[in-house]
Design a protein around this ligand. Structure first.
Ligand SMILES: CC(C)(COP(=O)(O)OP(=O)(O)OC[C@H]1O[C@@H](n2cnc3c(N)ncnc32)[C@H](O)[C@@H]1OP(=O)(O)O)[C@@H](O)C(=O)NCCC(=O)NCCS
Length: 341
């Protein structure tokens, strides 16, 4: 039968190709804010923060350093590892809840900063789950042969939306960025599978009420501190453990992989107790879990990307190893992915 029109995708008969992380990189700002520094800002103690969260310090971006700056620096490191120049990049996805401004997309600003003139660019917002959402979306373009090189970034300047008078939240978060170059690598399976999930019924567990169409910025909204994030810590904690466990279980089941075969589990770095509870429920050994939240706190969409970069560059992961990423965030959102590194 003569086709009625030309469908550029159909010529491949939709046979997918695999998608690997060809390069990973991260960047955190220079300024360190320790628990002892926080003791001088709110009624808290290093001991409380350490025992309840595992966090010892976090990085804080400079006044004139924005999410796009952190993202661009992480991207340049990922490009170096992948041995590519910016003109090779077809698409940039930035996962963030702290864009430089509501629009245009921070991804467009990053595109300009790194000189990726050919690339399409957009932001996605899945809070702390953003990096896995971005990986899964980016992977679709590689698999479908639409693009050869996709740059995915998780980047946050959470210090800009943190209420530094609220001890319930200000001790938890930090700034940073992680980036990955996605490409097909003949020699690897790469991203084997990923799950993504959401539950908007629980949107008010972790949110920022002001600054959107529901509550644009006014003097009153600023006075009411509506442009800072708010969180129900205990409920968020319970949901995080449950959602991360079930997402991780689902991806392992799909790949028919027992947890013991996973070289390194890279969980969202929100709270040491959440990580330990998830690890225990999955039947993982403590040494399988990668933890760096003591240094950075919760950097939301950047969290697993920074952790993956550190795990790779510290030698915890080698090419061929199986790794498991698992995340949770506002939305609620969650996700997990199994990757043959
Ligand atoms: C926030 C969190 C650390 C609090 O730990 P918790 O064990 O649940 O603590 P509680 O909520 O029971 O608070 C206990 C007490 O400590 C107090 N407290 C809260 N923050 C404090 C701080 N920084 N320093 C000292 N005391 C603090 C509370 O006011 C409360 O006091 P009260 O009993 O007099 O009311 C924990 O709930 C958590 O990590 N939740 C998940 C957060 C998260 O991961 N969010 C991001 C998801 S992507």
């Amino acid at each position: 039968m003569t086709p009625k029109f030309k469908n550029p995708r159909a010529k491949h008969n939709f046979v997918g190709r695999t998608c690997s992380i060809a390069g990973i990189g991260s960047y955190v700002p220079e300024k360190i804010l320790t628990n002892h520094d926080l003791e001088k800002m709110v009624e808290t103690t290093d001991d409380w923060i350490t025992t309840r969260t595992g966090i010892k310090q976090r990085r804080i971006a400079a006044k004139d350093e924005f999410t796009s700056d952190l993202a661009a620096k992480a991207a340049q490191r990922a490009m170096k590892m992948a041995d590519i120049t910016a003109d090779k990049i077809d698409l940039i996805i930035v996962a963030t809840i702290t864009p430089d401004m509501p629009f245009p997309a921070t991804a467009c600003i990053v595109q300009h900063k790194i000189g990726a003139k050919r690339a399409a660019a957009f932001d996605l917002e899945a809070a702390c789950s953003g990096f896995i959402y971005a990986l899964e979306i980016g992977q679709q373009f590689i698999m479908s042969r639409t693009y050869d090189t996709v740059l995915v970034i998780g980047a946050e300047k959470l210090s800009a939306i943190t209420d530094w008078t609220d001890r319930n939240t200000c001790v938890l978060f930090g700034d940073g960025a992680g980036a990955a170059i996605l490409q097909n690598r003949e020699s690897a399976h790469g991203l084997l599978t990923a799950v993504m999930g959401a539950d908007g019924e629980k949107a008010d567990l972790l949110f920022m009420p002001g600054g959107g169409s529901k509550c644009p910025a006014t003097k009153d909204s600023v006075d009411a501190r509506m442009h800072y994030l708010r969180m129900e810590g205990k409920e968020t904690f319970k949901n995080a453990v449950q959602a991360m466990q079930s997402a991780a279980t689902e991806v392992l089941k799909r790949c028919e992989i027992d947890i013991s075969r996973i070289k390194c589990i890279i969980p969202h770095q929100a709270n040491r107790r959440i990580i330990d509870a998830v690890g225990e429920r999955l039947g993982a050994k403590p040494e399988q879990l990668f933890v760096n939240l003591d240094k950075y706190g919760n950097t939301s969409a950047a969290s697993v990307a920074i952790a993956l970069d550190e795990a790779v560059h510290s030698g915890r992961i080698s090419r061929g190893d199986l790794i498991l990423l698992v995340v949770f965030g506002a939305g609620l959102t969650w996700g997990a992915a199994v990757i043959e590194w």
